[in-house]
Design a protein around this ligand. Structure first.
Ligand code: ADP
Ligand code: MG
Length: 407
């Protein structure tokens, strides 16, 4: 796994590498380059072997059309610095518009003009509706255009291997393919979590609530303890009949949450919910100073918005995690980007560094959070570049971007 031996000698070959370069940006400033760093070894190895490397990646969730807020241009620059070699940036991905000359180069010119060992990064692949289309034929057509740019495909974007998308899944069917070193390394660690030392605790938070609620279903079968924080909390609190004010809420998931709570209780799996919440009257923005206050989780005022777990909850989470031998954590406990709402995330991060066993942090924002809060990568057992992907792996789901490499 993770070798390119199956591709044969790559010297002079055009190799399309799907990387996960989806980093957090503040305007055009990269606030955490962890995913770029993690992607470097595979790209570097291919370049050193004399391949002409065409990197394809996405940033954020644009609407299938070009949007300058989601341009990979700043990433191309950082990637070049980290590789220590120039990275050409093609301001388009494929197709008709690829022939539009921007910065003097269309994609085909950029790719055709590569010498052995040179690297080009294509603009955000999600600017093309074909990338994420649910229509197999539409995706296949886009994948065929991508495949035209290369002689072989290396799948190294662990953060997207759970997605059946053109640059992850369909393109692998059209080219000789191999698994990249990052994906192989991630799978190696996650495999250890499928037979965990117990107690096994899973901490869930973040804002992609609808994406992540479903994983609880299977984690109830696998984990001994589930700790819930972040935006997910409020659907559970509402399911218990509490007012959640203006907090993030998935109103159509209340019955699902009730069922999870009942099933966990029946199985003797503990679901730990926060007992206090840090609230504010509006989502934090640059325009005003935060005005945080701590309220009981069963008494969130109607005009308030829950933005972090409170100090009592942080202490309870910390205490619960000290007994665990295996911990997997995905999703910040609060809006950690704003210091007034970062304490819960910091407490959980600290608790993970103290685990007597294997601790794994997964997810783009979660990984960025631990670094932003001053922790070093080495303080954790493993920091995974993929949140959704690692959760789906732990659920025992098939990851399309992995399965497709096996044929
Ligand atoms: P990951 O990338 O680690 O998988 P997510 O993308 O699901 O995590 O969530 C990260 C985001 O969740 C952060 O930007 C954080 O500000 C946000 N978040 C955490 N708690 C809340 C909350 N209570 N309300 C709204 N957003 C929240
Ligand atoms: Mg995220």
């Amino acid at each position: 796994m993770g070798t390119y031996a199956t591709l044969g000698d790559v010297e002079g070959k055009r190799v399309l590498v799907r990387s996960d370069l989806n980093v957090p940006l503040d305007g055009t400033r990269i606030t955490d380059d962890g995913r770029i760093r993690a992607s470097v070894p595979t790209i570097q190895a291919l370049a050193e072997a004399g391949a002409r490397v065409v990197v394809v990646a996405h940033l954020g969730r644009p609407d299938g059309a070009p949007d300058p807020r989601y341009s990979l241009a700043p990433v191309a620059e950082r990637l070049g610095e980290l590789l220590g070699r120039p990275v050409a940036f093609a301001t388009d991905t494929v197709g008709e518009s690829a022939h539009q000359i921007v910065n003097g180069k269309s994609v085909h010119d950029a790719v055709d003009g590569l010498d052995n060992g040179q690297v080009v990064l294509l603009e955000n692949v999600r600017f093309n509706p074909g990338e994420t289309s649910k229509d197999d034929a539409v995706r296949a057509e886009f994948a065929a255009q991508l495949a035209e740019l290369a002689d072989a495909f290396v799948s190294d974007g662990f953060g997207v291997v759970h997605r059946k998308q053109a640059s992850v899944y369909d393109v692998a069917k059209l080219l000789p393919h191999a698994m990249g070193g990052l994906v192989a390394a991630e799978i190696d660690v996650l495999r250890r979590l499928t037979e965990p030392d117990r107690p096994y605790a899973v901490v869930l938070g973040g804002s992609k609530v609808s994406d992540k609620l479903g994983v609880i279903d299977s984690l109830i079968e696998k984990a001994d303890l589930l700790l819930i924080g972040g935006g997910m909390v409020f659907t559970f609190l509402a399911a218990q009949g509490h007012e959640v004010g203006k907090s993030l809420l998935e109103a159509d998931q209340l019955d699902t949450c009730r069922a999870y709570l009942a099933r966990a209780e029946a199985r003797g799996v503990e679901i730990l919910l926060p007992t206090d919440i840090v609230v504010d009257t509006a989502f934090p923005s640059g325009d005003r100073e935060p005005t945080p206050s701590v309220v009981s989780a069963d008494a969130i005022p109607a005009d308030a918005l829950g933005l972090d777990i409170g100090p009592e909850s942080a202490a309870r989470f910390d205490a619960a995690l000290t007994t665990a031998r295996t911990v997997f954590w995905n999703g910040p406990m609060g809006v950690f980007e704003v210091p007034a709402f970062a304490a819960g995330t910091k407490a959980v991060a600290y608790a993970l560094t103290q685990v007597n066993g294997l601790s794994v942090v997964g997810g783009g924002d979660s990984a960025a959070a631990v670094r932003a809060l001053g922790f070093a990568d080495g303080e954790f057992g493993h920091i995974s570049t993929g949140g959704g992907a690692s959760l789906e792996y732990l659920e025992g789901k098939e990851l399309p971007g992995i399965t497709v490499l096996e044929d």
